[in-house]
Design a binder for this molecule. Structure first.
Ligand code: NAD
Length: 480
């Protein structure tokens, strides 16, 4: 309890406030179930104040010189970097992931903010040659307007930073509704931006029950843009709300990443990369490798290597030195893991490792390897969001492409092969927004990240991430 240092407040019109709906939401440490804080909730008046201030602030922030916005964002990046240790500790206490992972996430936030700061200076328009000599045709890139950001708890710093930095770099104001499961991290991130000089109202942060808050904020005519990092069902809901006033959306939604390992793959390299990626944030990652399709000729060898490496994953409190994997975010998710394992086993799968919750305080589930998993098992079609690796075999290229592409999701996909033709054919054949070939690092500050199909649309980071907060205006000007 005493280690949880962040003071939970909401940021409205440049002031840190407790909000009118009371400090009601209990916050628990997933590693031991202890209550660590109470979360302030916004009432309708707070939300309206946030909306009004975002509207007012947008009018001046959009005309602020890009080079000044760069200065502010660069300072925010420096502050994020200087506070890595304290932000990461708050993050681990709320989310459970290992401190090393949390530090890496905050470092990513600093890099992404710096990258957006630079990119904001390059929101170039263009001049299109006109059909007559006395006409000039200008294409301007303008900030789209006040934005709304809704973010999931699995990357409590990254998910909010990507929205804040992109919106501010483009010249938009933004109201962020972070997950109530990880509020302190969002507050700590927002303090960096505010202290860097983001003017009052340009960045607002509110907490509270997601459904009424999103209905009220999206129902307002002030915001012109909605960006969500969350599950597919919530994405559909928010898009429906946004349609009434035709707000633009960026939807970063769930995934169910196939991994295809061919018999010519460098197996040791594949195993090292995949085991690390699988247990990152206890599998609660939208790009987590989840459906393992292994060529039948290397199937047994792959499973043996995966199990051996998984046995070495130290599960524990993320703050303890040596912990590789922390708890799941809530006990509800443990029940779901139990259901997935039982269902897979009832359809023919065998538990090669783990398969059960750990007998200790906190939401801990064992690193789990399931083999011979039927394509019809629930865990092969529903996003597992937990430390489960479900493995099956394949024989042929076309067959595995069809199986990999059989779900409505399309976020990440991974291929391991040393054959150049297989690599490029696979890269093109897979229905995914990001494809990792022979490694799993599919998201950097400078590369576009986003899904296709029911994993959403639009991208964060990369030039596309800034684009999401810009609109186009064409001015045609005749000399008279
Ligand atoms: P979620 O969709 O339940 O919640 C995400 C956000 O939406 C939170 O801020 C939450 O408060 C809000 N929300 C929840 N219910 C809402 C409602 N009824 N109305 C309005 N807002 C609501 O997702 P989660 O369980 O918190 O996070 C996990 C999901 O996020 C997974 O599906 C994961 O794949 C996805 N995710 C996607 C990406 C990506 O970039 N594609 C990244 C991380 C997580």
């Amino acid at each position: 309890m005493d280690m949880y240092a962040e003071k939970l407040e909401m940021l409205i019109d440049g002031e840190w406030v407790q909000g009118g709906a009371g400090v009601t939401g209990a916050l628990f440490n997933p590693a031991n179930g202890d209550e660590i804080a109470r979360v302030p909730h916004a009432n309708v008046e707070d939300l309206d104040r946030a909306l009004q201030s975002a509207d007012k602030a947008f009018k001046s922030w959009k005309t602020t010189a890009a080079v000044h916005r760069w200065e502010v964002l660069s300072k925010a990046a420096d502050l994020l970097e200087a506070r890595i240790g304290e932000i990461a500790t708050t993050l681990t206490l709320e989310n459970g992931k290992s401190l090393a992972e949390a530090c890496g996430e905050v470092q990513f936030c600093a890099e992404a903010t710096r990258w957006y700061a630079e990119e904001g200076k390059r929101a170039y328009g263009r001049i299109i040659p006109a059909r007559s000599g006395d006409v000039r045709q200008l294409v301007l890139r303008e900030p789209v307007g006040p934005a709304l950001g809704f973010a999931a708890w699995n990357f409590p710093a990254g998910n909010v930073t990507l929205k804040i930095a992109a919106a501010l770099a483009a010249g938009c104001s933004i109201i962020v509704k972070p997950s109530d499961e990880t509020p302190g991290t969002a507050v700590a991130v927002a303090r960096c931006f505010q202290e860097a000089g983001v003017p009052p109202g340009t960045l607002n942060v509110v907490f509270g029950p997601p459904a009424p808050i999103s209905e009220h904020l999206i129902g307002s005519s002030i915001p012109r843009k909605v960006s969500l990092t969350g599950s597919t069902p919530v994405g559909k809901l928010l898009q429906r709300l946004a349609s009434d006033s035709l707000k633009r959306c960026t939807m970063e939604l769930g995934g169910h990443a196939p991994v295809i390992v061919f018999n010519d793959a460098n197996l040791e390299n594949a195993l090292d990369a995949l085991v690390t990626a699988k247990y990152r944030n206890a599998g609660q990652v939208c790009t987590s490798p989840t459906r393992f399709y292994i060529h039948e000729s290397i199937y047994e060898k792959f499973i043996a290597g995966f199990v051996t490496r998984s046995q070495q994953i130290i599960v524990g409190n993320g703050l303890d030195a040596g912990t590789a994997m922390g708890p799941l975010i809530t006990s509800r998710r443990l029940d779901l893991m139990d259901e997935y394992v039982a269902d897979a086993v009832s359809k023919g799968a065998k538990v090669a490792l783990g398969g059960e919750r750990l007998d200790r305080k906190g939401n801990f589930f064992a690193a789990t390897v399931l083999r011979d998993v039927a394509d019809q098992a629930r865990v092969m079609t529903e996003e597992p969001f937990g430390p489960l690796a479900q493995i099956t075999s394949f024989r042929q290229f076309d067959e595995v492409v069809e199986r990999a592409n059989s779900l409505p999701f399309g976020l990440a996909a991974y291929v391991f092969t040393t054959n150049l033709a297989t690599a490029s054919n696979m890269g093109e054949a897979l229905e995914a927004g990001v494809v990792g070939i022979n490694h799993t690092s599919v998201h950097e500050a400078e590369t576009p990240f986003g899904g296709v199909n029911q994993s959403g649309y639009g991208a964060e980071s990369g030039a596309e991430g800034l684009e999401a907060y810009l609109r186009t205006k064409m001015i045609t000007e005749k000399r008279v």
